[in-house]
Design a protein around this ligand. Structure first.
Ligand code: FAD
Length: 278
């Protein structure tokens, strides 16, 4: 996996204890020498300071950090201010999104599409930041059609995005088919698979239902059958996701982006299985 890069995604904890624990998680996962650690952002600015603080902590600890960003219900001035603070602190990469507003913030706020955010950042900051965007091999839940979703991904690249990271999936064919369709639509930029380790059945179902990721029937059946047997769920999950990652890398995926859920164990075990060090 010499020339393939990996990255890890964190969400920003809201308590000092959570932040302290995340430092240790970062320390453990940094051993795998990822290209960057990204930190999610609550659209509507709900995690603005938390995201920024964790991003600066990670940079100060010697790793590259990539904040996620969306405009959500924020003013453009507030977003510009945040971007300036990233520029001033040497941040080189952003994950630019439309985002989903947290429940209760839906009413007045107007979501800004990711291609518009990419254009906005390019207009104000030129090539200061490498821009990553989201993509959906199993199609975004609100997309008008499969083709239209790819069309809008193309618009994000045309606006200046450099790479995409996918929503997680467990069916490698959905990724390869998506890549083929993107090529046919003239998209030739790297599209990095997003990988969600499997450690807990209920959480996985909840997330997958909300973001439109499919859990294949055979995986559901096995996980259901394990009930509360956490160790068997983890062992099965590790086997399934290791096989998925191997298949993706062997067949040309440019790297892997791990949705860590701020956990060390499952992500480190995957990296070891994939011979990514320590
Ligand atoms: P867009 O690319 O703007 O697309 C949204 C929908 O609108 C799609 O259905 C698309 O087909 C359509 N569309 C796109 N552009 C246009 C347009 N100009 N006009 C009309 N229709 C359009 N969420 C968070 O809240 N915080 C995070 O930190 C976060 N990180 C993520 C990281 C990754 C790698 C991924 C894959 C998702 C992440 N999400 C995050 C979830 C994401 O915000 C949601 O999936 C959201 O619903 C869509 O964001 P997007 O940037 O893909 O939107």
């Amino acid at each position: 996996m010499n020339n393939k890069q990996i990255s890890f995604e964190f969400f920003p904890p809201k308590t000092p204890e959570g932040r302290e624990k995340l430092h240790e998680t970062h320390r453990q996962l940094a051993k795998f020498q990822p290209e960057f650690f990204s930190v999610t952002y609550g659209a509507g600015g709900s995690t603005r300071e938390f995201t920024r603080d964790i991003v600066f902590d990670i940079q100060n600890a010697g790793s590259c950090a990539a904040p996620h960003l969306s405009i959500g219900g924020d003013s453009k001035d507030a977003v510009l201010e945040l971007l300036e603070s990233y520029q001033d602190n040497g941040i080189k990469r952003l994950v630019t999104l439309r985002g989903d507003l947290p429940s209760g913030m839906g009413g007045a706020a107007q979501l800004v599409y990711a291609n518009e955010l990419v254009a906005f950042i390019k207009e104000h900051f030129g090539d200061t930041f490498e821009l990553l965007v989201a993509s959906y091999p199993e199609i975004h839940p609100e997309a008008e059609s499969y083709e239209k979703d790819i069309y809008w991904l193309g618009e994000k690249f045309k606006a200046g995005a450099n790479r995409a990271i996918t929503q997680y999936f467990y069916n490698a064919d959905s990724y390869f088919y998506f890549i083929d369709q993107c090529h046919k639509a003239g998209i030739d930029k790297p599209i990095i698979p997003g990988i969600m380790p499997i450690t807990n059945y209920q959480n996985l179902v909840r997330f997958s239902d909300s973001c439109g990721a499919d859990i294949p029937r055979w995986i559901r059946q096995r996980l259901q059958q394990y009930g509360n047997d956490v160790e068997s769920i983890k062992a099965f999950g590790l086997e399934v996701v290791t096989n998925l990652c191997e298949k993706l890398l062997e067949n040309g995926a440019p790297g892997l982006h791990f949705y860590t859920m701020n956990q060390v164990e499952a992500n480190a075990a995957l990296c070891r299985n994939l011979n990514l060090g320590t």
